[in-house]
Design a protein around this ligand. Sequence first.
Ligand SMILES: [Fe+2]
Ligand SMILES: [Fe+2]
Length: 207
Amino acid sequence: MTLDHIIIEFDKGLRTVLAEAQSVRPFPDRDKTEHTLTPEEKRHAAALMRINHSGEVCAQALYNGQALTARNPATEAALREASQEETEHLAWCEKRIHELGSHKSLLNPLWYAGSFALGALAGALGDKWNLGFLAETENQVGKHIENHLQRLPANDEKSRAVLEQMKIDEARHANTALEHGGAPLPLPVKLAMQLTSKIMTHTTYRI
Ligand SMILES: [Fe+2]
Ligand SMILES: [Fe+2]
């Protein structure tokens, strides 16, 4: 890795954390009605969407870290395509958080740095583990989204529409990673990943 690479990666990180993300696809909630929510419902929905947004910051960092070390050009292209959709997820969550009157997590720079390091490490272990790690991450994100769909206020149609589309995309990302040769991860690694995400979601709900 040259100094150029480091500067490019640092720039990508800053943009993920600080700049407003853009979406090529239309926003999934564009046709949904904004129903009236109580202040408590709004606060809760915003906190859930803040967690999802931070999850997407992590996804972005993982993909960037992995693309840096991926060896096979087809793998690299698949990672880049999925990463583009993660940027859209960032944009969707961010807009929704603002509509609900709240802010993104203040801890995003920390989540980005940690996930980038993990992604680079997984990438260094070779494509088989790199893609296995990715598939497992996407599976766990999918389960999270499922859980948040249950916990959102019943009439928050807009957040729900965003999460429904994200769920479809994450399942596709997991399949892509497996199709490109991702190996199933050992159970202790899966459990460590679950624990890390638990810590992340608990803090991000508030901060
Ligand atoms: Fe995503
Ligand atoms: Fe994804």
